[in-house]
Design a protein around this ligand. Structure first.
Ligand code: RUB
Length: 313
């Protein structure tokens, strides 16, 4: 039986109450720990099956951020023992270790990313990325003055969350609509974005609009920096799989009334897009910064080739 925390977390991820790749991963690990703690399974086999079922339920919420399956894999693979109590304890420990590692990776990545930012620089952001903001925070902690042009990021306006966080840190923020990005690129020293997944060829999968921004930035000569801890590397892409792009509800773009007033046009609402490696200058991870073309070496080292999913039935 799934415990209520798993059902609630899954719903919150699907509804984007919990959002952003790193935050989703931490919430999923937490939910698996809650399942382990509250499970009333009587045998190790029953316990393992419950944990696999919880993992599948969490994984099926949103398809694009690989940090979610990577988190679930981590906890299930670290879970071991001959008894229910051993399995429970190792699963809970694994979830804690995972979250601690995630926080540490974000801090380390932030310090590396901050080295790219000079005193007085202006960054342009898209969406809301905790990995990207960690770079700004580390630069501020180094005493640098940083300013930001924050893209609104339709349709969900995650730019508001970014603006709020940056203002809290005392960063001067100019909010612009997405369509104004190119006009402001000349005033920026960096485009700074996060990632939901990084493919083996160095492509960056991030919030819809990232690729258009990257193409415009390349044309203006503004460097594009992607802040993404190694949890965002997508191991399946090593074996030729592509990353599924989530299509979200059409009402995020047009309300039912607006749509009807327009004569019921078709509406598409892809949540993410793919930025080819040639438009990316650096991928900043907790292991250092990489040109996108060399990310495959790190991916092989960390994830190896081909895996059986630990939640398989
Ligand atoms: C969020 C988004 C973020 C990445 C990285 O999309 O695209 O840029 O998830 O975030 P959504 P982080 O709002 O649809 O979840 O660096 O926090 O992992």
């Amino acid at each position: 039986m799934l415990v209520p925390e798993v059902e609630e977390t899954a719903e919150d991820i699907a509804e984007m109450e919990i959002r952003g790749a790193a935050t989703i991963a931490a919430a999923a690990a937490d939910a698996l720990a809650a399942q382990a703690e509250a499970s009333d399974a009587e045998t190790p086999a029953e316990f393992r099956e419950e944990m696999r079922s919880a993992a599948r339920h969490l994984r099926d919420t949103r398809p694009t951020a690989v940090s979610l399956p990577n988190a679930l894999r981590y906890v299930l693979r670290e879970m071991e023992g001959e008894t229910v109590s051993e399995l429970r304890a190792t699963a809970v420990d694994a979830a804690e270790a995972f979250e601690a590692q995630l926080d540490r990776a974000q801090d380390d990545l932030g310090e590396i990313g901050a080295n790219r930012l000079r005193d007085g620089d202006t960054v342009m952001t898209h969406c809301h990325s905790t990995d990207a903001l960690a770079c700004v925070k580390a630069a501020l902690d180094d005493g640098k003055h940083i300013e930001a042009i924050v893209k609104e990021t339709r349709p969900r306006k995650q730019g508001h969350i970014t603006a709020e966080q940056l203002r809290e840190w005392g960063v001067p923020v100019t909010m612009v609509v997405d369509n104004a990005a190119r006009r402001y690129l000349d005033d920026c020293d960096h485009v700074l974005v996060g990632a939901d997944s990084i493919a083996a060829d160095g492509s960056v999968i991030n919030k819809i609009g990232t690729s258009m921004l990257a193409v415009a930035a390349r044309e203006r000569g503004t460097p594009i920096m992607v802040a993404a801890q190694t949890l965002k590397l997508h191991p399946d892409t090593l074996t030729g799989h592509t990353v599924e792009i989530e299509m979200r509800d059409e009402t995020e773009v047009l309300s039912d009334e607006e749509r009807e007033a327009l004569g019921n046009p078709d509406v598409d609402n892809p949540a993410f897009d793919v930025t080819p490696p040639r438009y990316v200058d650096a991928i900043v991870t907790e292991r250092g910064q990489f040109p996108p073309e060399s990310i495959v070496t790190l991916m092989r080292e960390l994830y190896g080739e081909g895996t059986t999913e630990p939640w398989a039935e």
